[in-house]
Ligand binder design. Structure first.
Ligand code: PRX
Length: 662
């Protein structure tokens, strides 16, 4: 990566048209955040605005001064669903397309307008109410990228229920843990769905999860509402939809919607009422239920969407992220809908029916803003330019990247081949915790450096700290922290405010610590260097080493396991596991396969390890702490292991290299 390689921004007539205006607006947003945010909030509907004269954004980020908190617009009353749908219909935009829905099969297409979406949401909100869901209740949604997933989320928002969406690629164990943790009263799912040529029998996985919820946690949900996703019921379960059906609990989505009417009053919510929970990995292995609230999240999602994608009403926007992740929440649902945008909702894979599916969709809908992940870009790059060139992508004007650092080669390919050298690229850095983009170029303003997320968004003030917590000024590398919150930052971890404080605010009191490192170059650009805690980022999926180690250790043959990340050309990082086998067992290929399967079953297919290495001994300090630094060197085959003087037994290193997997 070169700090000197710079590309001029290409979006003409942008909302923020040049670097000087970005700098001015950014400075103003820090000097007087309340005025900045009040102006942005004015575009939204408030049943009751905050009391005049009261501060909008208040906070404490230092646990030694009492509870850590962020509050935004206390006293204001609104509803997120009302802002996402009703307001557009009332303003005469009901016939605008909210989503072009593109199924796994290219022939499976539909269009949903704002008015139609409102009707679907109202009906489903009434279904939830009919089954006893009230303000504050949790509803767990585990669905693929179908319109009904969005309907479910907005229906919850409409009646003040808190949705907890779980990616439909998690295992039954992971699902059970999440269903119980948020005490979901209802689960929404689909019977089965296609991912490429693979049929995922989701209802069976849910069944398994619900069984675990009852036996392991002695907790019972009330209802499971199932969408009979087209073409799948006849294929799954040997054609028998009742094969895993519980008459007292399971209901068909479509039947339920027929029993209710299509008007549903919104529940007016306080600014700080929770909107949703989204689980993210924690370094202890226990997932964290990240809580986002109403007004701050809404304003932040809406504002970042508008500026970062330079959104104009003539745009067609395509975000490939799954609704099960934060990108799906903020930039597939809430951000675009708050801006009355037209989006593509795609439920297939980039490789089906062929490796040009994304390009086909962009050409078909004349997409102008395309937002995807580096891992997808890298995997599509390898098929060559021909797949892209086959399609007319001239509608594109802005390209976005999210989820992990984007390497220079992928960035350049994205720009020249996909964007035909005519698009700005926004490399957006953020997290589940941050609610929206926090470090990102703006497409009309920021000269781009390939691989750099560049500068902070409005209201955001990043700082780099060294090991001692001292501020690094000018060029340098350190821990990426934030001196103040912004409206969309998480408020707590569900049922565990103590863990929230310890995870994000204990290491550097007074700052929100992201868990990432970053470097600042001589021009002030920020380059995210990756996680500095025990987290891994595989294809943009964040997971903890502890979580994978815990799964491996459940195998009766395993005495101990240690997991590290190894760089991977497509996935960014892959899992490389070291296992010490019990005296009573032997390490062989069969065991390695069993262990890979175990991790898939315990966490989900996306967490499957690439390599399992036999490690009769692990590199430990005299106090018994595993030195992961050395394991990372072994995984990459780098003999330059550095200082080993603190190791209890230095002979371990040779043994580890001897057993290394290529
Ligand atoms: O390490 C950073 C990486 O992804 C982490 C957040 O993961 P998650 O909460 O799952 O949210 C992903 C979607 C926002 C971060 O701590 N990350 C995300 N975006 C970037 C990134 N690393 C570098 N550059 C990015 N643009």
């Amino acid at each position: 990566m070169s700090d000197r390689e710079v590309f001029e921004p290409l979006a003409r007539g942008a909302l923020v048209p040049n670097l000087a205006s970005y700098r001015r607006l950014h400075a103003r947003s820090l000097e007087d955040p309340d005025t900045f945010w009040a102006e942005e909030a004015r575009n939204l509907h408030w049943k009751q605005p905050p009391p005049s004269g009261a501060p909008l954004l208040t906070y404490n980020l230092d646990p030694s001064r009492g509870q850590v908190f962020t509050r935004f617009m206390p006293g204001a009353i609104t509803n997120v669903c009302y802002n996402a749908l009703d307001i557009h219909v009332l303003r005469g935009n009901g016939d605008r397309v909210a989503y072009f829905c593109e199924g796994n099969d290219p022939k499976d297409v539909a269009t949903v307008t704002y008015k139609e979406l409102l009707g679907l949401v109202c009906r489903f909100a009434n279904v939830l109410k009919k089954h006893g869901i009230k303000k504050g209740d949790s509803v767990l949604i585990c669905m693929p990228m179908v319109t009904e997933a969005v309907v479910g989320m907005l229906a919850c928002a409409r009646i003040g229920a808190v949705h907890s969406v779980v990616f439909a690629g998690f295992s039954a164990d992971s699902l059970a843990e999440r269903i119980y943790d948020c005490r979901a009263k209802i689960v929404l799912t689909v019977f089965a769905f296609w991912r490429g040529t693979k049929l995922i029998e989701l209802k069976n996985i849910i069944e398994d999860a619900l069984h675990k919820v009852e036996t392991k946690y002695t907790y019972k949900i009330n209802k499971c509402i199932v969408l009979p996703h087209i073409n799948t019921v006849a294929t799954a379960n040997g054609g028998d939809p009742k094969a895993s059906w519980n008459n007292a609990r399971d209901l068909w989505w479509v039947d339920e919607c027929e029993t209710v009417d299509n008007f549903c009053q919104v529940e007016w919510m306080d600014a700080e009422d929770p909107l949703f929970i989204l689980y993210t990995s924690g370094s202890t292995g226990q997932p964290k239920g990240v809580v986002h609230t109403t007004a701050g999240y809404l304003v932040y999602a809406s504002t970042t969407f508008k500026y970062v994608f330079d959104y104009k009403p003539s745009d067609v926007y395509f975000c490939t992220a799954d609704v099960g992740w934060i990108t799906g929440h903020t930039y597939l649902v809430y951000g675009p809908l708050a801006n009355c945008a037209t989006s593509v909702l795609f439920s297939g894979t980039p490789f089906h029916p062929d490796n040009d599916r994304f390009w086909d969709i962009i050409a078909k809908y004349r997409v102008s803003i395309f937002y995807t992940a580096p891992t997808a870009i890298r995997s599509l790059m390898k098929f060559g330019d021909e797949y892209v060139k086959r399609h007319d992508l001239s509608s594109l004007r802005i390209l976005g990247s999210v989820g992990e650092p984007i390497n220079r080669e992928a960035w350049l390919w994205f720009r020249s081949v996909v964007g035909n050298n005519k698009c700005s690229i926004v490399d957006t850095y953020w997290q589940t915790e941050t609610g929206g983009h926090i470090i990102t170029p703006l497409p009309g303003a920021t000269p781009m450096k390939p691989g750099s997320a560049s500068f902070p968004f409005f209201g955001v003030e990043p700082t780099l700290l060294d090991d001692n917590g001292a501020i690094i000024k000018g060029p340098g590398e350190g821990y990426l922290v934030f001196k103040r919150p912004w409206p969309g930052i998480m408020r707590t971890i569900l049922n565990n405010h103590k863990r929230f404080q310890e995870t994000y605010f204990a290491k550097f009191p007074g700052y929100f610590f992201t868990g990432d490192g970053a470097r600042r170059d001589q021009d002030g650009y920020l380059w995210i260097t990756g996680r500095v805690d025990d987290m891994l980022n595989v294809s943009g999926h964040l997971m903890s080493t502890a979580q994978v180690e815990g799964a491996l250790a459940e195998h009766s043959a395993i005495a101990e396991a240690a997991v590290v990340a190894r760089p991977h050309p497509i996935k960014g990082e892959s899992l490389y596991c070291f296992v010490t086998v019990n005296k009573t067992h032997r390490f062989d290929n069969v065991l390695a396969q069993e262990l890979k399967k175990l991790v898939r079953d315990k966490i989900g297919a996306f967490a499957a390890p690439d390599e399992i290495q036999n490690a009769p001994n692990l590199p430990k300090t005299r106090s018994g702490k595993i030195m992961r630094r050395i394991l990372r060197k072994v995984a990459t085959g780098d003999r330059d292991v550095g200082d080993t003087s603190t190791l209890a037994d230095e002979n371990v290193i040779e043994e580890l290299f001897a057993n290394r997997r290529p």
